[in-house]
Design a protein around this ligand. Structure first.
Ligand code: DX5
Ligand code: ZN
Length: 222
């Protein structure tokens, strides 16, 4: 149930295939791919052609997090490129129900992401149909930012008030000293960029993150 998803945003993009193989061999459960369009967030990363290439070398699922203004318009491109999970932002000025419907029609997993300053209530209409909720614990755009612990209140609401049974993923500032609190609140998928790619012993770091999360994960309400 606990899954560790290294964020490729922190990898060496000139050697992306080797970086994928490295974290897969080190114990990654999936690969988190951050797509930024320079509009929805103040940074630009990669798009469908690069995801197509990652998909050729990857053996683990691709967890594609789109920080883009038009998640509906571009959903076909990202699914064609090989996204196994397509996670878009509730703050994107697009038609969320349409994105969800399209991704489900393609038989892929769909997630919605929520920024630190957006109330969790915004996700309430979609909670029954989502495979995953991605709770941002930093403002999206860059790796290596400090964890915002306050967002864990949203995780508590998801798990305890809404009894959300899907995946709750947390993204931003996840490291050995923050993952325990996130797991204790009810997160079960953990994105980590700098904490994994910046580690001197990557397999040991992934094992440490997994062990800390597993020990802290609560018994969820029925
Ligand atoms: C932030 C991205 C994250 C980021 C996490 O906009 O969505 O996935 O890469 O990086 P760290 O783990 O370094 O905070
Ligand atoms: Zn991300």
């Amino acid at each position: 149930m606990i899954r560790i998803a290294p964020s490729l945003l922190s990898c060496d993009f000139a050697r992306i295939g080797d970086e994928v193989k490295k974290v897969e061999a080190a114990g990654a459960d999936e690969l988190h791919v951050d797509v930024m369009d320079g509009h929805f967030v103040p940074n630009l990363t990669l798009g469908p052609p690069v995801i197509t290439m990652i998909k050729r070398v990857a053996t683990k699922p691709l967890d594609v997090h789109v920080m883009i203004t038009d998640p509906l318009k571009f959903a076909p491109s990202y699914l064609d490129a090989g996204a196994d999970t397509y996670t878009f932002h509730v703050e994107a000025p697009d038609y969320p129900a349409g994105v969800i419907e399209y991704v489900k029609k393609r038989k892929k997993r769909v997630g919605m992401a929520i920024n630190p300053d957006t109330p969790i209530e915004r996700l309430k209409p979609y909670r029954a149909v989502l495979d995953l909720v991605l709770v941002m614990s930093v403002f999206p755009g860059f790796g290596g930012q400090a964890f915002i612990a306050d967002v864990l209140k949203k995780v508590e609401i998801l798990r305890h008030d809404w009894k959300f049974k899907g995946d709750v993923e947390i993204d931003g500032g996840i490291a050995p000293d923050t993952i325990g609190a996130a797991a204790a609140a009810g997160c079960n998928v953990f994105v980590a960029g700098s904490a994994i790619f910046g580690a001197s012993d990557v397999p040991a770091r992934i094992a440490q993150l997994r062990a800390t999360a597993t020990a802290a994960f609560p018994v969820l309400p029925a």
